[in-house]
Design a protein around this ligand. Structure first.
Ligand code: C5P
Length: 217
Protein backbone atom coordinates (compact mmCIF):
# COMPACT_ATOMS: atom_id res chain seq x y z
CA UNK A 1 0.00 0.00 0.00
CA UNK A 2 0.95 3.65 -0.35
CA UNK A 3 1.20 5.45 2.98
CA UNK A 4 1.35 9.24 3.38
CA UNK A 5 2.61 10.48 6.76
CA UNK A 6 2.90 14.08 8.01
CA UNK A 7 5.37 14.66 10.82
CA UNK A 8 7.21 17.22 12.89
CA UNK A 9 6.35 20.81 13.77
CA UNK A 10 5.67 23.68 11.39
CA UNK A 11 7.40 27.06 11.56
CA UNK A 12 5.43 30.23 11.05
CA UNK A 13 7.71 33.18 10.27
CA UNK A 14 7.24 36.51 12.05
CA UNK A 15 10.00 38.45 10.28
CA UNK A 16 13.12 37.42 8.31
CA UNK A 17 14.86 36.04 11.43
CA UNK A 18 12.09 34.82 13.77
CA UNK A 19 9.36 32.20 13.77
CA UNK A 20 6.74 30.56 15.99
CA UNK A 21 6.92 26.79 16.35
CA UNK A 22 6.29 24.03 18.92
CA UNK A 23 8.08 21.22 20.75
CA UNK A 24 7.25 18.42 18.31
CA UNK A 25 10.42 16.40 17.60
CA UNK A 26 8.98 14.37 14.71
CA UNK A 27 10.01 11.13 16.48
CA UNK A 28 6.59 9.47 16.30
CA UNK A 29 6.04 10.24 12.60
CA UNK A 30 9.54 9.13 11.60
CA UNK A 31 9.18 5.93 13.68
CA UNK A 32 5.91 5.25 11.82
CA UNK A 33 7.61 5.88 8.46
CA UNK A 34 10.32 3.31 9.35
CA UNK A 35 7.75 0.82 10.67
CA UNK A 36 5.63 0.96 7.49
CA UNK A 37 8.78 0.62 5.33
CA UNK A 38 9.74 -2.50 7.27
CA UNK A 39 6.34 -3.91 6.35
CA UNK A 40 7.28 -3.20 2.70
CA UNK A 41 4.80 -0.41 2.09
CA UNK A 42 5.62 2.63 -0.08
CA UNK A 43 6.01 5.57 2.28
CA UNK A 44 5.86 9.31 1.59
CA UNK A 45 6.91 11.46 4.55
CA UNK A 46 5.93 15.14 4.50
CA UNK A 47 7.78 16.77 7.36
CA UNK A 48 8.45 20.06 9.05
CA UNK A 49 11.99 20.76 10.33
CA UNK A 50 13.42 18.04 12.64
CA UNK A 51 16.86 16.75 13.65
CA UNK A 52 16.11 13.20 12.49
CA UNK A 53 17.64 11.53 9.44
CA UNK A 54 15.21 10.73 6.65
CA UNK A 55 14.64 6.94 6.76
CA UNK A 56 16.09 4.90 3.90
CA UNK A 57 13.82 4.18 0.94
CA UNK A 58 11.19 6.66 2.05
CA UNK A 59 10.02 9.46 -0.30
CA UNK A 60 10.45 12.78 1.44
CA UNK A 61 9.00 16.26 1.03
CA UNK A 62 10.45 18.82 3.45
CA UNK A 63 8.21 21.76 4.36
CA UNK A 64 8.36 24.64 6.81
CA UNK A 65 5.00 26.33 7.20
CA UNK A 66 1.47 24.97 7.71
CA UNK A 67 0.57 26.40 4.30
CA UNK A 68 3.44 24.50 2.63
CA UNK A 69 2.38 21.29 4.39
CA UNK A 70 -1.22 21.82 3.25
CA UNK A 71 -0.03 22.32 -0.32
CA UNK A 72 2.17 19.19 -0.30
CA UNK A 73 -0.65 17.06 1.15
CA UNK A 74 -3.14 18.46 -1.42
CA UNK A 75 -0.80 17.45 -4.24
CA UNK A 76 -0.05 13.94 -2.96
CA UNK A 77 -3.04 12.59 -1.01
CA UNK A 78 -4.94 11.23 -4.00
CA UNK A 79 -2.12 8.67 -4.53
CA UNK A 80 -2.29 7.32 -0.97
CA UNK A 81 -4.23 4.34 0.38
CA UNK A 82 -3.56 5.34 3.98
CA UNK A 83 -2.95 8.88 5.29
CA UNK A 84 -1.58 9.44 8.80
CA UNK A 85 -1.45 12.98 10.17
CA UNK A 86 1.13 13.01 12.90
CA UNK A 87 2.45 16.57 12.41
CA UNK A 88 1.99 19.23 15.08
CA UNK A 89 0.68 21.87 12.69
CA UNK A 90 0.50 25.47 13.92
CA UNK A 91 -3.09 26.52 14.55
CA UNK A 92 -2.28 30.16 13.77
CA UNK A 93 0.10 31.92 11.42
CA UNK A 94 1.02 35.60 11.06
CA UNK A 95 -1.52 37.69 9.20
CA UNK A 96 1.41 39.55 7.67
CA UNK A 97 5.11 38.68 7.86
CA UNK A 98 7.21 41.77 8.61
CA UNK A 99 9.53 42.37 5.62
CA UNK A 100 12.34 43.64 7.90
CA UNK A 101 13.53 42.49 11.34
CA UNK A 102 11.13 43.89 13.97
CA UNK A 103 12.90 46.45 16.20
CA UNK A 104 12.46 46.56 19.99
CA UNK A 105 11.00 50.06 19.97
CA UNK A 106 7.89 49.58 22.16
CA UNK A 107 7.46 48.11 25.67
CA UNK A 108 5.08 45.53 24.31
CA UNK A 109 4.51 43.91 20.96
CA UNK A 110 1.21 42.60 19.59
CA UNK A 111 1.23 39.96 16.88
CA UNK A 112 -1.89 39.58 14.75
CA UNK A 113 -2.40 35.99 13.64
CA UNK A 114 -4.95 34.10 11.62
CA UNK A 115 -6.06 30.47 11.59
CA UNK A 116 -4.18 28.00 9.43
CA UNK A 117 -6.02 25.47 7.27
CA UNK A 118 -6.84 22.18 8.99
CA UNK A 119 -4.91 19.71 6.86
CA UNK A 120 -6.41 16.58 8.41
CA UNK A 121 -9.89 18.13 8.39
CA UNK A 122 -9.56 18.83 4.66
CA UNK A 123 -8.56 15.28 3.69
CA UNK A 124 -12.11 14.04 3.12
CA UNK A 125 -14.07 17.28 2.82
CA UNK A 126 -11.81 19.14 0.35
CA UNK A 127 -9.63 16.46 -1.26
CA UNK A 128 -12.20 13.66 -1.31
CA UNK A 129 -9.79 11.16 0.25
CA UNK A 130 -11.53 7.78 0.47
CA UNK A 131 -8.70 5.71 1.97
CA UNK A 132 -7.92 4.86 5.58
CA UNK A 133 -7.53 8.11 7.54
CA UNK A 134 -5.64 8.42 10.84
CA UNK A 135 -5.27 11.53 12.99
CA UNK A 136 -3.42 12.23 16.21
CA UNK A 137 -4.75 14.06 19.24
CA UNK A 138 -2.44 15.55 21.85
CA UNK A 139 -4.56 16.64 24.78
CA UNK A 140 -4.03 17.75 28.36
CA UNK A 141 -7.56 16.93 29.61
CA UNK A 142 -10.62 14.81 28.71
CA UNK A 143 -8.43 12.74 26.38
CA UNK A 144 -10.99 10.17 25.28
CA UNK A 145 -13.87 12.59 24.73
CA UNK A 146 -11.76 15.11 22.82
CA UNK A 147 -10.31 12.36 20.64
CA UNK A 148 -13.73 10.87 19.95
CA UNK A 149 -15.06 14.32 18.93
CA UNK A 150 -12.08 14.70 16.59
CA UNK A 151 -12.74 11.24 15.07
CA UNK A 152 -16.23 12.38 14.05
CA UNK A 153 -15.49 16.00 13.18
CA UNK A 154 -12.57 15.14 10.89
CA UNK A 155 -14.21 11.96 9.55
CA UNK A 156 -11.27 9.73 10.55
CA UNK A 157 -11.13 5.95 10.80
CA UNK A 158 -8.81 6.16 13.79
CA UNK A 159 -7.50 8.76 16.23
CA UNK A 160 -4.32 8.04 18.17
CA UNK A 161 -4.57 10.04 21.37
CA UNK A 162 -1.90 10.88 23.88
CA UNK A 163 -2.02 12.77 27.13
CA UNK A 164 0.70 15.41 26.78
CA UNK A 165 0.32 16.53 30.40
CA UNK A 166 2.08 13.30 31.52
CA UNK A 167 5.84 13.51 32.11
CA UNK A 168 8.11 11.45 29.85
CA UNK A 169 5.67 10.69 27.06
CA UNK A 170 4.39 12.53 24.02
CA UNK A 171 6.05 15.75 22.89
CA UNK A 172 9.82 15.56 22.43
CA UNK A 173 10.04 12.31 24.44
CA UNK A 174 11.29 8.90 23.29
CA UNK A 175 8.36 7.08 24.89
CA UNK A 176 4.67 7.26 24.31
CA UNK A 177 1.46 5.77 25.67
CA UNK A 178 -1.51 6.00 23.37
CA UNK A 179 -5.23 5.39 23.33
CA UNK A 180 -6.49 4.24 19.95
CA UNK A 181 -9.99 5.48 19.29
CA UNK A 182 -12.15 3.95 16.56
CA UNK A 183 -15.88 4.22 15.95
CA UNK A 184 -16.77 1.19 18.07
CA UNK A 185 -13.73 0.50 20.23
CA UNK A 186 -10.87 1.90 22.28
CA UNK A 187 -7.50 0.18 22.65
CA UNK A 188 -4.73 1.27 25.01
CA UNK A 189 -1.08 0.69 24.12
CA UNK A 190 0.76 1.07 27.46
CA UNK A 191 3.95 3.11 27.84
CA UNK A 192 6.68 1.90 25.51
CA UNK A 193 9.29 3.37 23.14
CA UNK A 194 7.91 5.26 20.15
CA UNK A 195 9.67 2.64 18.01
CA UNK A 196 7.65 -0.22 19.55
CA UNK A 197 4.42 1.78 19.56
CA UNK A 198 4.99 2.59 15.87
CA UNK A 199 5.37 -1.13 15.13
CA UNK A 200 2.08 -2.00 16.78
CA UNK A 201 0.34 0.88 15.05
CA UNK A 202 1.75 0.04 11.60
CA UNK A 203 0.62 -3.60 11.89
CA UNK A 204 -2.80 -2.62 13.21
CA UNK A 205 -3.39 0.12 10.60
CA UNK A 206 -2.26 -2.18 7.77
CA UNK A 207 -4.77 -4.85 8.79
CA UNK A 208 -7.64 -2.39 9.23
CA UNK A 209 -6.90 -0.54 5.99
CA UNK A 210 -6.89 -3.81 4.04
CA UNK A 211 -10.25 -4.71 5.61
CA UNK A 212 -11.69 -1.28 4.75
CA UNK A 213 -10.41 -1.38 1.16
CA UNK A 214 -11.85 -4.86 0.65
CA UNK A 215 -15.18 -3.75 2.13
CA UNK A 216 -15.39 -0.68 -0.14
CA UNK A 217 -14.15 -2.50 -3.30
O1 C5P B 1 -7.56 19.67 16.21
P1 C5P B 1 -6.16 19.27 16.49
O2 C5P B 1 -5.12 20.22 15.94
O3 C5P B 1 -5.87 18.92 17.92
O4 C5P B 1 -6.01 17.90 15.68
C1 C5P B 1 -4.82 17.18 15.69
C2 C5P B 1 -4.73 16.37 14.44
O5 C5P B 1 -5.01 17.21 13.32
C3 C5P B 1 -3.35 15.83 14.19
O6 C5P B 1 -3.49 14.61 13.48
C4 C5P B 1 -2.70 16.91 13.33
O7 C5P B 1 -1.66 16.38 12.53
C5 C5P B 1 -3.86 17.37 12.49
N1 C5P B 1 -3.84 18.79 12.10
C6 C5P B 1 -3.67 19.10 10.76
N2 C5P B 1 -3.68 20.43 10.37
C7 C5P B 1 -3.86 21.40 11.28
C8 C5P B 1 -4.03 21.09 12.63
C9 C5P B 1 -4.01 19.76 13.01
O8 C5P B 1 -3.49 18.22 9.95
N3 C5P B 1 -3.85 22.67 10.86
Amino acid sequence: MKILITAGPTREPIDPVRFISNRSSGKMGYALARAFRRLNHEVLLISGPTHIDVPDLVDFIPVETAEEMYHAVSQMISRADVAIFCAAVADYTMKEIAPQKIKKTGDSLTLVMQKTKDILGSARSVHGFAGYLVGFAAETENLEQQARDKLQRKDCDMIIANDVSQQGIGFDASDNEVMIIEAHENTILPRDSKEHIAHHLAAMITEKAIRKNIASA
